[in-house]
Design a protein around this ligand. Structure first.
Ligand SMILES: [Zn+2]
Length: 435
């Protein structure tokens, strides 16, 4: 059998191929009440529903479990998901699932934390090995799942992470004080069930933070290194995040248009405004379909240490029992400065993003400032903290944050401009205060 490696019909120096994947989608008001039907289509008889205590208190996971029982499915609820999960939290969920398994399928009900925990549980109950075997290099061993996982139905309850579309999960490694992830296409949910009615009661602060995550997903993907600007990959080396490409661009553009239309409304009058909530849910889903294939870059890479090294910050609208920087805040706080830095690599894309996010904004004399200006204007309007200074970091903390960003090489490699320690340090220093 030929390895195929010695016969290459195209120029081996340049990438000519991009990939794009997304789960099937069921979208709309009431979709969450059809999961019994959907799970039955996968032939599942024993299903574990994973959620966090806050969502469990709203009764949503129990409602989903009851619905599955009507289709003859034996469903059990695990409500021990930890918000911004750690390796220890993942392991607790995995131990629970392994002890009470085997399962034919999983349903994740919640934000990114619940969906990511369910991805890890699905991986570690379907395949052998331990968590660190699969965590991204250099922190873990980045092993590849050996087989198809069980069907996972992801039901987001916030409009933000896009975790229902993506093939990765994020976690904090406690002993190293670092946030990292597992990424492989097999982790992608088998079905995304997106029901805007589940987001009606989200507090404004959560709506704002999660919405900034959508903004960053869309703009980072849209400005990510173009897929053909990477060296050619062999099929076995081809990564989930291939850089911006014609298909991910479409989704990101549509997401930005929905943000422009409905983000401020969803924050300020979301409790009554079903249309604004629906637009934000759709924006999150679309941006997930974009960044889940293109990848994100500096703002998300900085978000890892900003969230991972939190000191005393306790944001309004979130559980107050421990300090945390919500994901959407952590990734957006350095975004204005990061996009000043990445501007020269693709000026027209930065300007186009600014125009889609805020079509009415006048052109500034300096084009570099257009996108940062639009982002700062939005962040001020919806109550996002003013820079990393407002979540507890001063200039003297910046040298400690830099290594945490540099560890995110998988993300930094998607940056359209080469970026090293000095550049990251400058971006963080200039993000202590954004306005
Ligand atoms: Zn994100």
């Amino acid at each position: 059998m030929s390895s195929g490696s010695d016969v290459d019909p195209v120029d081996a120096a340049e990438e000519t191929i991009f990939t794009w994947g997304a789960p099937p989608l069921k979208f709309g008001a009431g979709a969450a009440d059809e999961i019994g039907f959907d799970m039955a289509q996968f032939g599942a008889q024993r299903v574990l529903v994973l959620t966090d205590p806050g969502i469990a208190a709203l009764g949503i996971p129990q409602r989903v479990a009851e619905n599955m029982k009507r289709y003859g499915i034996n469903a059990e609820v695990f409500d021990g998901v930890h918000i911004e999960p750690t390796d220890a939290a993942f392991e607790t969920a995995v131990e629970y699932a392994r002890a009470r398994g085997p399962w034919d399928g999983f349903v994740a009900v919640g934000g990114g934390s619940a969906i990511d925990t369910a991805k890890a549980v699905n991986l570690l109950t379907s395949c052998s090995g331990e968590l660190m075997d699969y965590v991204n290099k250099p922190i873990g061993r980045a092993e590849v799942p050996s087989k198809q996982l069980k069907p996972l139905v992801a039901v987001p309850t916030t409009a933000g992470t896009g975790a229902e579309s993506t093939a990765m999960c994020v976690l904090d490694i406690l002993s190293m004080k670092v946030k990292t992830g597992i990424s492989h296409w097999r982790l992608r949910p088998a079905l995304a069930v997106v029901d805007p009615l589940l987001t009606m009661t989200l507090p404004p602060e959560v709506t704002a933070s999660a919405g900034m995550d959508i903004v960053c997903h869309a703009v980072e993907s849209y400005t990510a290194k173009w897929y053909a600007d990477s060296g050619r990959h062999r099929p076995e080396e081809r990564v989930t995040y291939c850089g911006s490409n014609p298909v991910s661009d479409l989704w990101c553009e549509r997401a930005m248009g929905l943000i422009a239309k409905s983000f401020r409304r969803a924050v300020h009058s979301g409790a009554e405004d079903v249309e604004a909530r629906t637009d934000m849910m759709m924006a999150a889903t679309f941006a997930g379909m974009g960044f889940g294939n293109a990848g994100v870059h500096i703002p998300h890479a900085n978000g890892y240490p900003i969230a991972g090294m939190v000191k005393e910050y306790r944001p309004a609208g979130y559980p107050q029992d421990e300090p945390m920087v919500p994901h959407g805040q952590s990734v957006s706080l350095t975004a204005p400065e990061a996009f000043r830095f990445s501007f020269p690599s693709a000026p027209e894309r930065h300007l186009r993003a600014a125009e889609m996010l805020a079509p009415q904004t006048e052109m500034l004399p300096d084009p570099v400032e257009q996108l940062p200006h639009v982002l700062v204007d939005l962040m001020r309007d919806i109550g996002i903290p003013n820079g990393i200074g407002a979540v507890g970091y001063g200039e003297s903390d910046v040298p400690d944050l830099v290594p945490g960003t540099m560890k995110q090489q998988r993300l930094l490699s998607t940056c359209p401009r080469p970026v090293g320690e000095e550049e990251i340090e400058r971006i963080l220093l200039r993000s202590v205060q954004n306005w």
